[in-house]
Design a protein around this ligand. Structure first.
Ligand SMILES: *Cc1c(COP(=O)(O)O)cnc(C)c1O
Length: 385
C-alpha cells in the first residue's frame, strides 16, 4: 500500500520550528511582540488593511460579525457553499441567516441573489472566496447600493489572491482568514480579521479581548486607579498567542512560494483532466487571480459517491467541500429547506476536491489523476506504486 494522499496538508520547515522555539524561549508566550509583527506582515498581504489576529477562522467570523454590530433582529446573507462557520457564527450572535445562492462556474455568492435577498434588516452580506477564487466584489457592492449592510469576505481559502488587481483583504469592509493546517498557510489553529475602517478594527480588537477598555479617555471611571479596566460591551478571549504568531510570520515568508506551487499543480490538473470524460474542471473568471486552496472537480452522471469511495479505497484522500450549510440539522430544525439554493445544491451533488498542497509531488499528482481516470472507467485502481 502506498502513502495516503490527503486533500490538503501543512508544509512545516525547520525555519518554522526555529521561529516557534524562539518564541517559546521568550518572555511573552501569549500577547507579545510577535502578535503585532504578524498583524503587520498580514497587513502587507491585505493591501494595508488593519489586522487583528485571532484563534481560528471561526473566531475571525464571530469577531467580524460582532464588530459589525450583528445581533438579534438582524439578517446576515451567506452563500450555502461554504464551511458552516460562515453561517453558524452569525447565528450564534442571534442573527437570522439568509442563504443566497451562488453562481455557476465559480460557486461564489450570486450578486443577483443578494439583491433579491436584501432587506432593511440586512446587516452583513458575507461572500466566500470558494476554493481560493474571489467572489465578484464590485458586483456585490453594486447589489448593496442603497443598503446600510456591510460587505464581509470570508477569505479562509484566498489569502494572496487578487480581484481586478486588488488584493483580498482590501475588497470588503471586513475580511476573515483561517490558518487551519489545510489552508494556504498555517498557525495550527488561527485566523485574522482585516478591515480598512479604524472603528471596525477597534471593535474587533476589543471583542477579541473580552471587551476590555484600557484607554483612560474612554473609561467611565478613569480615576479608579492604575489597575483599572472596564467592559462596555461583552467580548470573548480570542487572542492568538505569540508562539503561534511566530509560526505565522515564518509561514507568511513562504506564502508566495506556496501559491506558486499550488498554481502549478492546478495547471497540471487542468491539462490532465481537460479531456477526461465524466468530469469537469473548476471554472474561473479572467478578472481573478485565485489563490487555489481546493481543486474542486465535478463528477457527472451521479457518480460522485462511487468515485469518492473508489479513490478513498486507493489511498487518495479526496474530500467533499461542502455539504450546503442550510442542510445541517441545526438549520433544518429552524425551518430551512433543501431546494432553496439549487445551484449550490446541484454543485454539492457533483463536487469532489482532489489533493492540493505545496508538498504534493508531481508523481503523487499523477497517481491521483490515474486513480480518478480508473475510478471513472469503473476499473480497479492499482494501489501499488
Ligand atoms: C476553514 C474555514 C472556516 C473556519 O476556519 P477555522 O480556522 O477552521 O475555524 C471558515 N470559513 C471557510 C470558508 C473555511 O474554509
Amino acid at each position: 500500500m502506498t502513502d495516503f494522499l490527503p486533500y490538503g496538508r501543512q508544509s512545516v520547515t525547520d525555519d518554522d520550528i526555529d521561529a516557534v522555539v524562539a518564541a517559546l524561549r521568550g518572555d511573552w508566550l501569549t500577547t507579545g511582540p510577535q502578535v503585532a509583527a504578524f498583524e503587520a506582515d498580514l497587513s502587507a498581504w491585505a493591501g494595508g488593511a488593519g489586522v487583528a489576529a485571532v484563534t481560528s477562522g471561526t473566531a475571525a467570523l464571530h469577531v467580524a460579525y460582532a464588530a459589525a454590530g450583528v445581533g438579534p433582529g438582524d439578517e446576515v446573507i451567506v452563500p450555502p457553499m461554504t464551511f458552516v462557520a460562515t453561517a453558524s457564527s452569525a447565528a450564534a450572535l442571534g442573527a437570522r441567516v439568509v442563504f443566497a445562492d451562488v453562481v455557476a462556474e465559480t460557486f461564489t455568492l450570486d450578486p443577483a441573489a443578494v439583491a433579491a435577498s436584501t432587506t432593511t434588516r440586512t446587516r452583513v452580506v458575507a461572500a466566500v472566496d470558494y476554493a481560493g477564487h474571489p467572489a465578484d466584489y464590485d458586483a456585490l457592492r453594486a447589489a448593496l447600493a442603497g443598503s446600510d449592510a456591510l460587505l464581509l469576505a470570508d477569505a479562509a481559502h484566498s489569502i494572496g489572491a487578487t480581484y481586478r488587481g486588488r488584493p483580498v483583504g482590501s475588497l470588503a469592509d471586513l475580511t476573515t482568514f483561517s490558518f487551519f493546517p489545510t489552508k494556504n498557510l498555517t498557525t495550527a489553529e488561527g485566523g485574522a480579521v482585516a478591515t480598512g475602517d479604524p472603528e471596525l478594527l477597534k471593535r474587533a480588537r476589543r471583542f477579541r479581548n473580552i471587551g476590555l477598555v484600557r484607554e483612560r479617555d474612554e473609561q467611565r471611571w478613569p480615576d479608579e486607579g492604575g489597575w483599572h479596566q472596564e467592559v462596555h460591551s461583552f467580548g470573548l478571549n480570542y487572542r492568538l498567542p505569540d508562539v503561534l504568531c511566530a509560526l505565522g510570520r515564518s509561514q507568511l515568508r513562504r506564502l508566495g512560494d506556496f501559491l506558486t506551487r499550488r498554481a502549478e499543480l492546478v495547471a497540471r490538473y487542468d491539462e490532465a483532466l481537460a479531456e477526461l470524460p465524466g468530469v469537469l474542471t473548476p471554472g474561473r473568471r479572467d478578472w481573478a487571480t485565485p489563490a487555489w486552496h481546493l481543486y474542486p472537480v465535478r463528477v457527472l452522471d451521479g457518480r460522485r459517491r462511487e468515485v469518492y469511495d473508489r479513490m478513498r479505497a486507493a489511498g487518495i484522500g479526496v474530500q467533499v467541500n461542502y455539504i450546503p450549510a442550510h442542510w445541517h440539522p441545526a438549520f433544518a430544525d429552524l425551518g430551512y429547506r433543501r431546494g432553496s439554493c439549487p445551484v449550490a445544491e446541484a454543485f454539492y451533488a457533483q463536487q469532489l476536491s482532489l489533493p492540493l498542497y505545496p508538498g504534493l509531488r508531481d508523481t503523487d499528482q499523477d497517481r491521483v489523476i490515474d486513480a480518478l481516470a480508473a475510478a471513472l472507467r469503473g476499473a480497479p485502481i492499482r494501489s501499488a506504486a
